[in-house]
Design a protein around this ligand. Structure first.
Ligand code: PA5
Length: 445
């Protein structure tokens, strides 16, 4: 069970903020539960952990087994919500060094999440002489970055195995009926998985979007879903005392109102980095609109205490931190005793790395709070598939509430279109001729 500790935010929270927000939280909560708020047609994720396609879930596990048995690598092609959740969970539970580890599951390469030619060549080089499969993920089926990458890897597969076997190694996760990717999959006979209509990209990690790559990495997706279902049950409660998502959403909204416009998500585990990237997309794309919204940032402590620590301690006072704290690590790693003690560290001899990290956490907390940076502590328990499932649902639910508290639609992303239109025009896509001329003029090309 996730616990929210707000004891280090009190100086900025109004004494009566809970009562003041209560009726708005009740409305936001009901809108999420009933799917009748702004963007309500995209709230399928609210009931997803208990109401998902069991037949497809079984097919995901079967496909993961097949990939594990016939492939040394899986290439996961997707961007934004079609990428970050899977990478976050895999790195968090299997390590950022997953691909370097000795294991009996395939390496996983993420590509199509940008337009870097270098990254593309590197992934292709890494696949030289390697048996591999591809999971191409795009809800719309038309996003440029993954679509372009898919051309390369589809061709690689077809050259290596021939068209028929390549088709057996391609798994397409996309819309149930429409989009270019769905058409390609139908024409070529790829196995397909569905991104449900009522689940937007950044809320889709618990659909096939995240579950197939996560299962291929050997993570127990039943546990992940059980954790999410447990948190779904917690989040049904319509009261502050028993609903951690209410506590988090209300506190961060109140901090925002008090002038803290930047929220930094901090964790003390390097493996959390991509979960933080997932969180940033979730909150940034859900809240940042209509000239409103907290700016979501992230840091990895203690590493970033030696880069961002100075700013956090003494820079502009417009930030607060939300610190994800895991339970004790399974690895003790007591510090060795050293006869010579040349480094003067014998006072730490025998103490576990976890103990040392906890002191660093507490010391940092006190310093930052003292320096005017309130801290919300999110206690998540041991790091495993179950607790990660809980955390994913918790952050999603709190995000939906947060968007409604701000008065925006947390399920659209109209701002993402602006760069796409310009890119298409500059690339000479048919239909964009007029805009192309305007842009070329501005760029003086
Ligand atoms: O959250 C979102 O909706 C976006 O981040 C999308 O996931 C992202 O743009 C990729 O879209 P698609 O899955 O359609 O390729």
């Amino acid at each position: 069970m996730i616990r929210i500790d707000l004891s280090n935010t009190q100086q900025l929270l109004q004494a009566n903020y809970v009562a003041a927000l209560s009726s708005r939280l009740h409305i936001a909560h009901e809108q999420l539960q009933k799917g009748n708020g702004s963007g309500g047609e995209f709230t399928g994720w609210v009931h997803l952990p208990t109401d998902y396609d069991r037949e497809e879930f079984a097919r995901i596990k079967k496909a993961a087994k097949k990939i594990q048995s016939d492939s040394q690598a899986l290439v996961v092609i997707g961007i934004g919500g079609s990428y970050l959740g899977a990478r976050g969970v895999i790195e968090c539970l299997c390590s950022p060094n997953y691909n370097l580890k000795k294991k009996n599951t395939p390496n996983i390469y993420f590509i199509g999440n940008g337009l870097s030619s270098e990254a593309l060549s590197e992934t292709m080089e890494l696949l030289d002489g390697v048996d591999f499969s591809v999971n191409v993920i795009s809800k719309s089926g038309t996003t440029t970055e993954p679509a372009v990458a898919f051309r390369f890897f589809r061709r690689m597969l077809e050259e290596k195995y021939g068209k028929a076997e390549a088709a057996r190694r391609i798994y397409a996760t996309t819309d149930r009926t429409k989009g270019a990717l769905k058409s390609l999959a139908n024409e070529n006979g790829y196995e397909t998985f569905v991104v449900p209509d009522d689940v937007g990209g950044r809320y889709s990690v618990l659909t096939a979007v995240g579950l197939l790559p996560i299962a291929v990495a050997g993570i127990d997706i039943d546990e992940l879903m059980s954790g999410a279902a447990a948190m779904q049950a917690n989040c049904v409660a319509d009261d502050m005392a028993s609903n951690p998502a209410w506590q988090y959403a209300a506190a961060r909204y109140e901090l925002y109102r008090s002038g803290k416009h930047i929220e930094i998500l901090a964790a003390y585990e390097p493996s959390f980095r991509f979960m933080a990237e997932w969180w940033k997309q979730l909150y940034g794309e859900s809240e940042g609109k209509e000239n409103k919204g907290l700016f979501p940032a992230s840091v990895e402590f203690t590493a970033d205490l030696h880069s961002m620590g100075q700013y956090i301690q003494q820079g502009e006072r417009h930030i607060f931190e939300s610190v994800v704290r895991f339970g004790t690590s399974k690895d003790e790693n007591p510090v060795p005793f050293d006869e010579v003690n040349g480094d003067g560290l014998n006072f730490l001899a025998g103490k576990s790395m976890d103990f040392i990290a906890t002191q660093a956490m507490d010391g940092t907390l006190l310093a930052h709070v003292e320096g005017g940076v309130p801290n919300i502590i999110v206690r998540v328990g041991q790091k495993n598939a179950y607790t990660l499932g809980e955390m994913i649902y918790f952050f999603e639910y709190a995000c939906g509430l947060s968007g409604y508290l701000l008065g925006v639609n947390p399920f659209d992303q109209p701002g993402v279109e602006a760069y796409k239109k310009n890119m298409f025009a500059l690339l000479g896509k048919p239909g964009y001729e007029k805009l192309r001329e305007e842009l070329l003029n501005k760029l003086k090309r």
